[in-house]
Design a protein around this ligand. Structure first.
Ligand code: GTR
Length: 332
């Protein structure tokens, strides 16, 4: 073979390699992920475990670095950063995803799920897969839906008093997540809803911009919100799943094999987080007790009143999700 021919054969081989085995297959990459919660929180732990599996399966080529405790801001910022590719992953509440992916907003309707088991069944089944696919299919957002996380039930807490009935919320400014649905929900429940990032909440409670907020036990306890608002009332008005999303920009630099691994370990994280969540709820209740939190129960009759009161939220925000609401209610 002449020298020139050898060069051109080598060139063709190289070209073939470039075309048929993409260069990105071997890249070393640290996938940055963000969470508002601290290290040890079930969602942070689940993503870290997902990262450890990814690292092992790729011989250290892919790693995950979780930035916990709002180091990178609040969840709206996480979504923005993931959209531009500054973050590879974000673990956020569906509360903030609703305004971005309209199909997901159905999960934010108050008193949608009968109980946690119902919510688990829905996100673990075909509806869950379908809604994750809606994120990926949405061209504007630049995000991929990876997995669901448990977020328990949300309860109202405040500085002044417990909430056993609607009237107890009168005149109270209660922080909600940034989604118009929740502001209206809180107003309908008898209080005054104030939308605010989770990262602003402690300051809001300290300065009196709000009198209270609403969240599950692990968020309330791990954030030590009991230092600012001691009355925790079991209204259980929302049961919002949480979610791991992936940046499309970063996703498109991964080989199909690596993408599959991310999906696989994401699904495993979804299952693992559930056990971690149960333990964390127990631990949080102990922590709340040790910190003299006053827990108020809400009678079934009063819960019914809250449910009736939020009907305008359903009328306004639920109308477009009629079919999905029906399907969710049929999941046993
Ligand atoms: C928590 C949730 C966070 C965030 C926070 C909030 O329960 O885990 O993702 O949504 O609530 O109220 O902003």
């Amino acid at each position: 073979m002449s020298f020139a021919k050898a060069i051109s054969v080598a060139g063709a081989v190289m070209l073939g390699t470039a075309l048929f085995s993409p260069v990105f297959a071997q890249q070393n990459l640290t996938l940055k992920s963000a969470d508002v919660h601290p290290k040890g929180y079930p969602t942070v732990e689940a993503v870290e475990r997902m990262g450890a599996k990814l690292e092992k399966a790729t011989n250290g080529r892919l790693k995950v670095q979780v930035y916990p405790s709002m180091q990178l801001g609040g969840e709206k910022e996480f979504l923005e950063q993931a959209q531009v590719g500054a973050l590879a992953m974000a673990r956020v509440s569906v509360g903030v995803m609703g305004p971005v992916i309209p199909e997901l907003n159905v999960l934010n309707l108050p008193y949608l799920f009968r109980d946690s088991a119902h919510m688990h069944k829905v996100v673990d089944g075909p509806i869950g897969d379908e809604l994750l696919a809606k994120i990926t299919a949405n061209d504007k957002t630049g995000l991929i839906g990876i997995a669901w996380m448990d977020g328990g039930a949300r309860n109202i807490y405040g500085k002044q008093r417990g909430v056993a009935k609607m009237e107890d919320l009168k005149g109270q400014k209660i922080r909600t997540m940034g989604n118009p649905m929740f502001v209206q929900m809180m107003n309908d429940m008898g209080g005054n809803g104030v939308a605010m990032g989770f990262d602003q909440l402690i300051n809001g409670l300290q300065t009196g911009v709000v009198d209270g907020a609403e969240n599950n036990e692990p968020s309330y306890a791990s954030g030590q919100h009991y230092n600012y608002a001691k009355y925790y009332s079991l209204t259980e008005h929302l049961m919002i799943p949480e979610i791991i999303v992936f940046s499309k920009r970063v996703w498109n630099t991964l080989s199909p094999e690596d993408q599959k691994l991310v999906m696989k370990f994401g699904k495993e994280a979804q299952a693992e987080q559930r056990g971690l969540w149960q333990d964390m709820v127990k631990k949080s209740l102990e922590d709340m007790k040790a910190n003299n939190v006053v827990v108020t129960t809400v009678s079934p009759e009063e819960k019914k009143r809250f449910q009736t009161a939020v009907k305008p939220v359903w009328d306004k925000f639920g109308a477009e999700h009629k079919t999905m609401i029906e399907r969710i209610s049929q999941v046993q």
